[in-house]
Design a protein around this ligand. Structure first.
Ligand code: GLU
Length: 367
């Protein structure tokens, strides 16, 4: 099998018990399977939940805390316990893990985003197995990834993974809720995830984790949009991950090979950047950027909003609403001047060289 870059996401209920302890048996099973993937020469990245779930009991709570400070303190306790267990277990296979705790803020800042990419690459080049979690102890509501399913999808896109494997306690996606309908059928392969499918699933997860199938489908949709195929399902034993890679997993495989991977800087524009303004464009420009893959020129811009600078990201609106985001090569003031210059050109016949307000490589369509 050719070498692949694989992100494996493991949820809290697959790592801990209801009493708030790490389930050593479950964790060992995962570690053995991850080690087998690495032994088969694949690059492996683990997104592991379970910080809150394995920390609350040692913090003195009888069940998963409801308060923010309770959860954040439990994560501080549990994250170190988790990593300690991972280090001990991976050590038996001569695998060195590395802990990476991320917040959405790390991705929103372009320099930190680039740094994170360089760090990931260095770790993988050196054969380390990165273990990622959200930095639950410090994260504030506005800066969360939502849940680790979404974190694993964003990380998969970010590092251009060949496969995202979401291990959970349900063996895939069903056409109806299997808990309510005895005749519900498992769907083995999907090419696309529709809104209806997402609406048909439950958002509640287990008592120790968050999520449920809904958040897995939402995350899978995101991963697909970034060109990463996804598996959602279950497995046990040393070969479970290798079997999943071979197409023999018990779950749902979701892949759309018509979607191309998106380079990291365009992913940043699309998913993590904050918009500094708006450009409203006419139908001709809309056609040019959406259908012909051209850059956005001043002639098609009808309205400029916001005080953006060169290099900022702006939202672009067409006649029927939001079209996408792009990085501007000029400030708001310069764009306005260019528009005036172009108006002059059309009335005086005086040639004005065209400038690209948003270069096509710095544009991303968002529907
Ligand atoms: N980051 C959380 C934890 O480690 C889990 C979030 C999730 O379950 O999606 O406890």
């Amino acid at each position: 099998m050719t070498r692949k870059r694989i992100v494996v996401k493991i949820g809290s209920s697959s790592l801990t018990n209801e009493q708030g302890q790490i389930d050593e048996e479950k964790l060992t099973d995962h570690v053995r399977a991850l080690a087998a993937l690495k032994k088969a020469n694949h690059e492996v990245i683990l997104v592991s939940s379970g910080a809150v779930a394995s920390g609350f009991a040692r913090l003195g709570y009888a069940s998963r805390p409801e308060t923010l400070k309770g959860k954040q303190a439990a994560a501080a306790v549990g994250q170190s316990l988790l990593i300690q267990s991972y280090i001990d277990k991976f050590n038996e296979f001569d695998i060195m893990p590395a802990q990476i705790l991320l917040t959405r803020g790390d991705f929103a800042d372009r320099e930190r985003y680039r740094n994170a990419f360089a760090t990931f690459s260095e770790l993988l080049d050196r054969g380390i197995l990165p273990i990622i979690n959200e930095n639950d102890t410090v994260v504030i509501d506005e800066l969360t990834f939502g849940d680790n399913d979404m974190l694993s999808a964003l990380v998969s896109g970010f590092i251009h993974a060949d496969q995202l494997i979401i291990l959970t306690d349900v063996n895939g996606f069903y056409d109806k809720n299997p808990k309510l309908h005895a005749d519900a059928k498992k769907i083995d392969y999907l090419e696309t995830i529709t809104k209806e499918m997402i609406l048909s699933t439950e958002s509640s997860g287990s008592s120790v984790g968050t999520g449920g199938m809904k958040s897995k489908l939402v995350a899978a949709k995101r991963a697909l949009s970034l060109g990463v195929p996804v598996f959602i399902g279950v497995g046990t034993g040393d070969d479970k991950l290798l079997n999943i890679l071979k197409g023999k997993g018990d779950g749902t495989y979701i892949a759309d090979y018509s979607i191309q991977a998106i380079n990291t800087s365009r992913q940043w524009i699309a998913l993590h950047s904050e918009s500094a303004g708006e450009l409203h464009i006419d139908e001709g420009a809309e056609r040019a950027i959406l259908k012909s893959g051209r850059s956005l020129l001043p002639a098609g811009i009808i309205k400029v909003e916001g005080e953006f600078k060169q290099g900022d990201v702006v939202d672009v609106y067409g006649t029927n609403g939001h079209l996408g985001k792009g990085e501007v090569s000029y400030s708001a003031k310069e764009v306005k001047n260019e528009i005036i210059r172009h108006k002059k050109e059309s009335t005086t016949d005086q040639y004005v060289p065209a400038v690209e307000v948003i270069h096509r490589n710095r544009w991303i369509e968002l529907s």
